[in-house]
Design a protein around this ligand. Structure first.
Ligand code: MEV
Length: 298
């Protein structure tokens, strides 16, 4: 069974596209996939009841992504890949990257190919590139490797260690958004007002560096404050919606140590950092439908 996990970016999204570091965690929820030799190439996606043939010029990005992945296996039989997706799409949790990683993992297993999870992540970039032109690589890397890690484009992933688990509560705004469009919007802002946007990226980089220390020291009070500050900077880049802001406020009022949007923004998910497991369960009720607890050990 192939598996690609979902991810939550703790700090640094968008800035990571432009070379800054970011910190993310892999979560237990994700995508599973099975591949089998078949009469023709076919990708099935549940629970959406989608059935697609690969086509490098297809209208549907999934067709092009499947074709890009199959092209990585030059001598192979025809394959049918069935996936089970347990992540919301367009929600900032790395759903597309997780599908790509799971599909590659399943094909590798069927063809008897062994490779490191880090190499699986690199291969999955071919899939990710179809969905947005300029992926930093954080989604496919965290999907394949997991854990709590500091990622910077072009550098080896740095796993962070701590003796204190992170009690995260992920909430879904119910609004879906396109990573491609949100990344393009930040790039447009960078072009038209480089001084303001570079200042925002510098601010985010400082927060990421401090967050690394806070995670390693188990100082979640400090980490929570850094999350709030990162949310404010992302707001200044017009990536937050009223719903995401309201959910973050509600979580803070209900006792979260910090809260921020996560991923591309413009909708999708936010998360809150809870002091303890029981508090996380309480915050999940506050955040309502679609929210879930993700406990992550560094
Ligand atoms: C999307 O999950 C994270 C972004 O930073 C895009 C990327 O890193 O490729 C918005």
């Amino acid at each position: 069974m192939g598996f690609g996990r979902g991810k939550v970016i703790l700090l640094g999204e968008h800035a990571v596209v432009h070379g800054c570091p970011a910190i993310a965690v892999g979560i237990e929820r994700g995508v599973t996939a099975d591949a089998a030799v078949a009469e023709r190439d076919l990708l099935r996606l549940s629970p959406w009841n989608l059935e697609l043939e690969p086509d490098p010029k297809g209208d549907e990005p999934l067709q092009r992504a499947f074709a890009a992945v199959l092209a990585l296996y030059p001598a192979r039989p025809s394959l049918e890949v069935k996936t089970q997706v347990d992540l919301p799409a367009g929600a900032g949790l790395g759903c597309s990257a997780a599908i790509g990683v799971a599909v590659l993992d399943a094909i590798d297993q069927t063809l008897g190919i062994e490779r490191l999870r880090a190499d699986l992540a690199t291969a999955a970039l071919a899939w990710e590139k179809v969905f947005h032109g300029n992926p930093s690589g954080i989604d496919n890397t965290m999907s394949a490797v997991g854990g709590v890690a500091l990622y910077r484009r072009g550098d080896a992933l740095r796993t962070l260690r701590s003796n204190k688990p992170l009690h995260l509560v992920v909430g879904h705004s119910g609004e879906s958004s396109s990573t491609k469009e949100m990344v393009a919007s930040v790039s447009r802002q960078l072009q038209s007002d480089p001084a303001r946007v570079n200042k925002a990226f510098e601010g985010i980089e400082v927060l990421v560096r401090n967050a690394k220390l806070a995670i390693e020291a188990g100082d979640h009070v400090a980490l929570g404050q850094l999350l709030d500050l990162n949310h404010t900077i992302l707001s200044s880049l017009m990536l937050c919606t009223t719903k995401l802001d309201d959910m973050c406020q509600a979580a803070r009022r209900a006792g979260a140590l910090g809260a921020k949007m996560t991923g591309a923004g413009g909708g999708g998910c936010m998360f809150a950092l809870a002091p303890e497991h029981d508090e996380a369960l309480r915050l999940r009720d506050v955040l309502g439908e679609g929210s879930f607890v993700a406990e992550v050990s560094a």
